[in-house]
Design a protein. Structure first.
Length: 526
């Protein structure tokens, strides 16, 4: 436990797993794996469920252990940014076979296989905001019914007749084929400044009580603690931060699924937080949600038609009963699904298709605002690109406003017009995507961005990283003054005494909640 940097290892050796954070649990798994001093360590998606700051800690730990023991590491992951950061060689698998194997610098610079090219083109990047993502068409093959010839041929833009009949061997080549083309995406900033959603001083404290018969409050979990922002018609506001910072609680407050302790949430000028009964029901039509996990958010006992059409049962005046089936089929067609599959069940669809069903359900009542809570975090990179392109197309078509909640900062940069950074229930920085990613001023934002792996091995040896130590404090007992000060390298006495307001600081053009805010480009720093 000492080797994997678990604090107070001697005192914690008898603790149970639930007493550790996610990052600490992963360190324990690594400790188990290295207990016998192996020559080879297989790390199967070791950072998939972790925040970007914790991911950086874990990958740094693996690199340190590998260097100290001269151990070989096989890293299995779908995160091509992590691979670019740590790998010496890379093998790309498809349909149960290795389709390309090359030194990491060569593969990222000149990928030879169409599948490798497609994967690299479909990745959103934190270091620049690009075009619409390239999306590999179709779905990965069923391993029980593999295609003849090359397993990738049904999805390949370079397919020839012999690809259907002959399985190509893995052989050495020189030169590369042309990379798949991408098309232009939407502009990075909407011109519409009409506020459709106004959040002011929003607070949600969950009481902590003691006692069985007579309960008394002994404290509170400050999940959301004074959040204010506007959302403009047709724009996307990204909200980022580590797990436990209050993002999902904020989404529930915006949907009126939780009542705020104080503050207001105004949709088109009306406070949804104060609405009740029929008024609340009418207001909820205008703000809908796409859930995080497409595998658990759809009722397995309901058909797709019933799932997408369920909002019409609650809001019966939206579509006449006789026209609901046709409307559901239209919604399925809008999100790129076969309308004839209306009677199928969720288990008959892939993960990406299930998320499309969730999006269709969110569109059913023709809302002006859709809250997307980690909508692509459970999807593979190629399917993720399809869903993100769909969301952008629907936004342009229906002038939708999105609140896009995610911990993947590369995804947020690709899709967002503005970005809000949350830490322990508060917004610590708010600005355009260029402000936040190119000139972040808050130390927490800088740490988050510097920890994001870039899918390009060039410059990885000299890339500057800010590795945060420890976990965020408990929202039940946050630090005085600036909540981030216990992890901040700039902290001084004033940080413990005064809570910094979210305001524009000297030398910056966007608000930041830091006494010592200073613009610093950490994404492109070498």
């Amino acid at each position: 436990m000492d080797r994997v940097r678990i604090p107070a290892a001697k005192e914690r050796v008898n603790d149970f797993p639930h007493q550790f954070s996610g990052g600490m649990r992963q360190r324990i798994m690594i400790a188990m794996a290295i207990a016998l001093d192996p020559e080879i360590l297989i790390a199967d998606e070791p950072t998939t469920a972790l925040d970007v700051t914790v991911q950086a800690q874990i990958m740094g730990l693996l690199a340190e252990l590998q260097r100290d023991s001269n151990m070989g590491l096989i890293l299995i992951t779908h995160d091509l940014g992590v691979v670019a950061d740590v790998a010496d060689k890379i093998a790309v698998m498809y349909g149960g076979r290795i389709v390309e194997n090359a030194p990491v610098y060569d593969l990222y610079k000149n990928p030879a296989h169409p599948y490798s090219k497609g994967l690299l083109e479909s990745i959103p990047r934190v270091d620049h905001k690009g075009h619409e993502l390239y999306a590999i068409k179709g779905l990965p093959p069923n391993l029980l019914e593999m295609p003849t010839g090359c397993a990738f041929h049904p999805r390949c833009p370079y397919r020839r007749d012999n690809c259907v009949t002959d399985a190509p061997p893995l052989y050495t080549i020189s030169g590369t084929a042309a990379a798949p083309a991408t098309t232009g995406g939407r502009s990075s900033m909407t011109a519409n400044t009409e506020s459709i959603l106004e959040v002011r001083d929003l607070v949600k404290h969950f009481p902590l009580t003691q006692g069985v018969v007579v309960k008394r409050q002994i404290g509170a979990i400050k999940a959301v603690d004074g959040v204010s922002f506007d959302l403009h018609r047709g724009e996307t506001l990204g909200i980022v931060g580590e797990s436990g910072c209050g993002k999902s609680t904020l989404a529930k407050l915006l949907m009126a699924l939780e009542r705020p302790t104080s503050g207001s949430v105004r949709v088109n000028g009306k406070d949804i937080a104060a609405a009740k009964g029929g008024e609340l029901k009418r207001m909820r039509r205008n703000i809908q949600m796409v859930m995080q996990d497409p595998y658990t958010s759809l009722n397995p006992r309901m058909t797709v038609g019933d799932i997408v059409g369920e909002p019409f049962e609650i809001h019966s005046d939206v579509v006449p009963k006789g026209g609901r089936r046709r409307r559901v089929q239209e919604l399925l067609e809008v999100v790129g699904l076969n309308p004839d599959h209306i009677n199928r069940y969720p288990h008959q669809f892939s993960g990406g298709q299930r998320q499309r069903i969730g999006i269709a359900r969110g569109l059913a009542l023709q809302p002006e605002i859709i809250i997307c809570d980690e909508p692509v975090s459970a999807l593979d990179v190629s399917i993720q690109a399809q869903v993100m392109n769909l969301l952008e197309r629907l936004q342009n078509e229906f002038d939708l406003a999105y609140i896009f909640i995610a911990h993947d900062l590369s995804v947020v940069r690709h899709i967002s017009d503005r970005v809000a950074v949350m830490y322990l229930g508060k917004l610590v920085e708010l600005g355009s995507d260029a402000d936040i990613y190119d000139s972040p001023t808050h130390p927490y934002t800088q740490a988050l961005l510097s920890a994001v792996p870039v899918p390009d091995p060039e410059g990885r040896e000299t890339r500057q990283r800010i590795i945060l130590q420890g976990d965020p404090p408990s929202p039940a007992n946050p630090p005085s003054g600036c909540h981030f000060r216990t992890r901040c390298w700039k902290a001084q006495d004033i940080c413990a005494e005064q809570t910094p307001a979210l305001e524009v600081r000297p030398g910056s053009d966007h608000p930041s909640a830091c006494h010592f805010a200073e613009a610093r480009d950490v994404v492109n720093a070498q």
